[in-house]
Write a protein that binds this ligand. Sequence first.
Ligand code: ATP
Length: 605
Amino acid sequence: MLKAAKKNLIERTRYPLTDSHGRTRSTRELLRRFVPYFRPYLPVLIFDLFCAALTTICELALPVIVRYVTNLAQYNLSALTVSVIVRIGLLYLVLRIIDTAGAYFMANIGHVMGARIETDMRRELFAHLQTLSFRYYANAKVGQLMARITSDLFDVTEFAHHCPEEFFIAGVKIAVSFVILLSVNVPLTLVTFAVLPIMLLCCYKFNRRMRETFKESRWQVGEINAQVEDSLLGIRVVKSFAQEETEQQKFDEGNRRWLALKKLNYFWMGGFQATTRGFDGLMNLVVLVCGSLFLLRGAIVPGDFVAYLLYVQTLLTSIRRIVEFAEQFQRGMTGIDRFLEIMDEQPDITDSPHAIPCEHVRGEIDFDDVSFSYEDDAGEVLGHINLHVDAGQNIAIVGPSGGGKTTLCNLIPRFYDVTSGSVRLDGTDVRDLQLHSLRSHIGVVQQDNYLFSGTVLHNIEYGRPGASREDIIRAAKLAGAHEFISALPNGYDTFIGERGVKLSGGQKQRISIARVFLKDPPVLILDEATSALDNESERIVQQSLDTLARGRTVFTIAHRLTTIRGADRILVLTADGIAEQGTHDELIAKGGIYKELYSMYSDMR
Ligand SMILES: Nc1ncnc2c1ncn2[C@@H]1O[C@H](COP(=O)(O)OP(=O)(O)OP(=O)(O)O)[C@@H](O)[C@H]1O
């Protein structure tokens, strides 16, 4: 019946319950890996549990007092004087004050501890994301990553705070109630507790289902994030193609899928809660009927029976709290699982143990028998490339689209590592150089450079964080950007909008070039840096690039072949490797692929 109901509830899409390596993590593993995050806050945790213990003792005291008063009233009424009642009242008042203070500290410091753990995990996750390579990001969805770093970790906070407390309180209450119940009446206790194992088994089964559906709905939240991000970042394309409705439909579909998953989730949760409530009622029924029979036979006195009923309620309340906590527990487990999924991704581009910093870089580059493929099972993009570039040489790379020009250049700053062979900078394999040091000696200007949401100043400063305003202005002047920046409403302090949306293509490109001027690297990669610009902007940006290129080793990838005519050497890269190389005049004279490309380009203009 459950299966049929489940089928009716959702047209299901399977979501990856395993990580990218096909691994699943058991609850035990998740807890084992989460516990160390409590370590820095051990004193706080101990104090939190101490407060939990105090509140538990205060709660457990009531049935004892009721039992004492009832038995006194039945068997020794003369001893129940006003002063005894006042003392009992005062004792209970003190207990309640302690309970209130304990509850306050639990709610306050406990939550702060949870938030601190969330902060630590978020910092660790962000730091780890920074270490992951292009290869990882080529397959990842930013929206999914955002969901993990925000909402998933929020669930972990709640879990971090409530989990130890809830289990501690419930554990103590269940154990103490059990012992007290045994001390009151052994046969009745054994009958009552016979229901418990069946109840626990049901809880376990439901819990597994809940965890699966939680993970699926979390994944779907990530998908919605990714879709929103995609639609909003591409809002110009959406509007220019009048595709608002299509985007809305895509969003609605994702949203509906989330609802369906949530329904399934609550289906299991509802079943779980109803079942435990049913067992709860069953236990009460057993106590009521069996206890009344015991009373009838004189096997239990009324005071003990009342205390017994109260302790059974305490016990059931604890079980109910654990049940209610199950949802939070599963959400926390899902958050930890999704956190670990990323933390377990090993960065594939790292410093080797013997890596050295780059010193006095001249900019000589060698490709020694370099082959490269993006995936193990995919074909080679580059095969057996050999190339020597002297320091300060200006190399242009041309060739058919998809021939591997960008890929070749990406191997120099180790955005990817070679599959075989080696790339060397001043004679040292780039894999033997410290990654940070290597990349700080290489500047890259692409067709579409990312500008951060912030001021012009902040964006140029990215080239050398901490640079003085004077240095930033000097870099902007060299990039031919100073004039238009000065004309902006707030000059260098103008906010340029997300991804520089308030600037023209040429202006954005000149800010990116200023950034590289500030960085001042000896090796430069210009990857179709002017391709997206109109003729006038191209002319201005090209001037900036020519200034930037002076005295550096430069790799220029260009489709506009006029821009590379003056290069020291032109490489024609095809799927078969470097097909031709030489100066513009040599290659034209040769009458090969370059001449063909050049004629085609000249005809198009
Ligand atoms: N991240 C990636 N993962 C898998 N394959 C990729 C990746 N990036 C590029 N490729 C593939 O590698 C090949 C070479 O791409 P690359 O971008 O280096 O070519 P290109 O010569 O620079 O092309 P274009 O002139 O069009 O920019 C292409 O077939 C491309 O599909």
